[in-house]
Design a protein around this ligand. Structure first.
Ligand SMILES: O=C(O)CCC(=O)C(=O)O
Ligand SMILES: [Fe+2]
Length: 191
């Protein structure tokens, strides 16, 4: 009995290294960013047969699944600079964003279970337009330990430590159109 209660309590605890703040930006900026992102030449995410129908634009770098390595992408556009700086300030000393990914999820679109590529270090995600269930899982014996973060519009999550390297994350089909801007620091920086 005690064991079950303990397990239940453990299942609810959030992944170590996951941070979440609401209202990272104001509603006016959210509207502006949705306009900017939806005006980008978004392309269906190129991966495998089971990939969702989300549409993306990468800046700084993009991960090429065929070549299995990072490729240079368009530089981060000027309209994103104040936001990148705000995320870097939020991330604390020596936070340097190297890649930005803008994503559009139409109603019914999500993203399957994955961990982000090891070429990146910390991951920051700004939600726009609608909330989503940001789900986490990691193996616990024969089962999965799970945690769900309800990511509200205008909120920012940060994945570092175990939440980044051990846990997988996914987003089930969204019920309203959602955009996200993901900011990633690079692993193995020389400076
Ligand atoms: O849309 C998001 O907030 C996260 C998307 C994601 O997990 C990814 O692109 O790796
Ligand atoms: Fe991810």
């Amino acid at each position: 009995m005690t064991g079950q209660l303990a397990l239940f309590a453990e299942e609810q605890s959030s992944p170590a290294g996951l941070q979440y703040i609401t209202d990272f930006i104001a509603p006016e900026l959210e509207r502006e960013l949705i306009g900017r992102v939806s005006a980008l030449p978004l392309q269906p995410f190129q991966f495998g047969a089971f990939e969702g129908k989300r549409r993306v634009a990468s800046f700084g770098f993009r991960y090429d699944y065929a070549l299995q390595r990072l490729q240079p992408a368009e530089p981060i556009p000027g309209w994103l600079t104040p936001l990148v700086e705000k995320v870097e300030t939020h991330g604390g000393r020596s936070t340097r964003i190297g890649q930005v990914l803008c994503t559009e999820y139409d109603v019914g679109v999500g993203i399957g279970w994955h961990r982000d590529k090891p070429h990146f270090d910390r991951i920051f995600g700004l939600s726009l337009g609608a909330s989503c269930k940001f789900r986490f899982r990691r193996p616990a014996g024969e089962k999965w330990q799970r945690y769900t973060l309800e990511a509200a519009p205008r909120s920012l999550y940060m994945m570092a430590g175990e939440s980044r390297r051990v846990w997988e994350h996914s987003i089930p089909a969204v019920e309203a159109k959602r955009y996200s801007i993901t900011f990633r620091t690079m692993a193995d920086r020389k400076t």
